[in-house]
Design a binder for this molecule. Structure first.
Ligand SMILES: Nc1ncnc2c1ncn2[C@@H]1O[C@H](COP(=O)(O)OP(=O)(O)OP(=O)(O)O)[C@@H](O)[C@H]1O
Ligand SMILES: [Mg+2]
Length: 455
């Protein structure tokens, strides 16, 4: 029978013995070391399946053991033994990639539980292939401008970007929030004739009318309160490059008139100024609101609309191109692993299905945030279902309609709530305990107390 090897490192001989006996009884093979150096030597020579190390030891301490093991770049899970309630150390150990930590004195049931989970996480991982990062060698500038998508809709968009980038026509990008409008704008700018010119970004919703105008066109000294010197506007700064007008639907009708004039005459003046400045930049505008609807409501000028949409790109919401989700996950793993110094390179079973079933009202940005959270929560190199938290907002409709039973006591309410959460996560106790914000032992105790059964 295959026996898993567990290395215990602790300078306290009694503690070493206690842990060894518990693990022996559970049928694991154990190795022991009384200090960090000896422990690391055993890690190299014996390749244990799991390391349990005390934190406080003379010489190399537990955190150093942990980071040395991480440097070896082998996926051995490490469990740290800490003093009671050492929050800072706990956080640090998890940041450094510890699987979990155990507080001394050791609770045998808890030890059994964590060891089991840790070894299991390795098994989950070893059955999965690593995902390939195709763009692993690309430069960082281009990397942040990578657009992922193989669905027909996205391929069509790539082709259009190709066409647009060779001519300096104005472009209107429309799409729900988080669909990648800004990313597309960058691509248009950097992939064609404007690549070596400036790209200037203006968020039109962030400023009041006066400030937006001064921001766009610049102003001369004294033109309004607070304008203590001449200032170039974004149109001037964009030069022969591109100006990205984000959330264009938010500009006032007054400013719309001025913008229209700039586009028609290809020149403008600074606020309060007389000098005529030529306009040579390409305008890329973006909106997550339907501009045609705003025109009907009289909130957006039709003539400006047609000037902006010489070319339009309509970005489909993520739920209409779910075939891209897998590639996007891989892309974000690659991008975020680097940023957070993690190495989550495998995708757990059920993850893709779970993510494909979601509605993604926040689109690609929501997906990126979901992956980020899961990476932060993960304890090994696998993106696992239990670490994925989806925005529940969209599924609440049914829940609200469902009538709540009438409760008399707090215990009845608690029982009902715990059962509901357990059912919701299909009795994944780890996930349930996260949601309920209680420890797993506490959850187990409540399950027993209330006689909860899976049904
Ligand atoms: N096709 C894609 N491939 C890779 N990353 C993408 C893709 N689409 C969007 N992203 C990423 O998703 C995030 C959101 O994209 P972006 O900011 O461009 O959306 P947006 O449409 O401008 O959203 P909003 O309307 O809320 O401003 C960014 O981090 C972006 O890099
Ligand atoms: Mg945006």
């Amino acid at each position: 029978m295959f026996m898993e090897k567990i290395l215990i490192i602790d300078d306290d001989k009694i503690s070493l013995k206690v842990i060894k006996e518990i693990l022996d009884r559970l049928g694991y093979k154990t190795l022991q070391a009384e200090n960090g150096e000896a422990g690391l030597a055993l890690v190299r020579s014996e390749q244990p399946d799991l390391v349990i190390t005390d934190f406080q030891m003379p010489g190399i301490d537990g955190l150093e053991v942990l980071s040395e093991i991480r440097k070896l770049n082998i996926g051995i899970p490490v469990i740290l033994l800490t003093g009671y309630g050492d929050v800072v150390l706990t956080i640090k150990s998890i940041q450094l990639g510890a699987f979990d930590y155990l507080e001394k004195p050791i609770d045998p049931a808890q030890l059994k539980n964590i060891v089991h989970l840790a070894l299991n996480s390795v098994k989950v991982s070893s059955g999965l292939n690593e995902v390939k990062f195709e763009d692993a060698s690309s430069e960082s500038m281009m990397e942040s401008n990578i657009l992922v998508g193989k669905t027909p809709q996205m391929k069509e968009i790539f082709k259009n970007i190709g066409r647009i980038s060779l001519n300096k026509v104005n472009v209107l990008i429309q799409g729900e929030t988080g669909t990648g409008k800004e990313l597309i704008a960058r691509l248009i700018h950097y992939s064609g004739v404007t690549a070596n010119q400036p790209l200037v970004i203006v968020n039109c919703s962030a400023l009041t009318e006066t400030l937006l105008e001064s921001e766009l066109f610049g102003h001369v000294k004294g033109s309004f309160t607070g304008s203590i010197r001449d200032k170039k506007g974004k149109f001037e700064l964009a030069g022969e490059g591109s100006i990205f007008l984000d959330e264009i639907s938010e500009i006032s009708l007054n400013t719309q008139v001025k913008l229209l004039r700039v586009i028609q005459e290809l020149e403008f003046e600074r606020v309060g100024g007389e000098e005529v400045i030529p306009m040579k930049a390409r305008i890329i505008a973006a909106s997550n609101k339907n501009l045609e609807a705003l025109i009907k409501e009289g909130k957006f000028r039709e003539d400006l609309y047609y000037r902006l949409k010489v070319f339009t790109i309509d970005l489909p919401p993520l739920r209409e191109r779910k075939e891209d989700i897998r590639d996007l996950i891989i892309h974000f793993l690659h991008k975020l692993n680097k940023r957070f110094n993690r190495n989550v390179v495998k995708i757990g079973e059920g993850v893709i299905d779970l993510l494909k079933a979601h509605n993604w009202h926040g689109n690609v940005r929501e997906l990126e945030n979901t992956i980020l959270q899961a990476i932060v929560m993960s304890k090994n190199d696998v993106l696992e279902v239990e670490n994925i938290t989806l925005n529940p907002r969209q599924n609440q409709g049914e829940e609200i309609k469902q009538e709540l039973p009438r409760f008399r006591t707090i215990a009845e309410l608690e029982k009902y709530h715990i059962k509901r959460i357990l059912d919701e996560v299909k009795w994944n106790k780890l996930e349930a305990s996260h949601i309920l914000d209680i420890t797993r032992p506490t959850l187990n105790a409540k399950i027993e107390k209330y006689n909860l059964i899976r049904g």
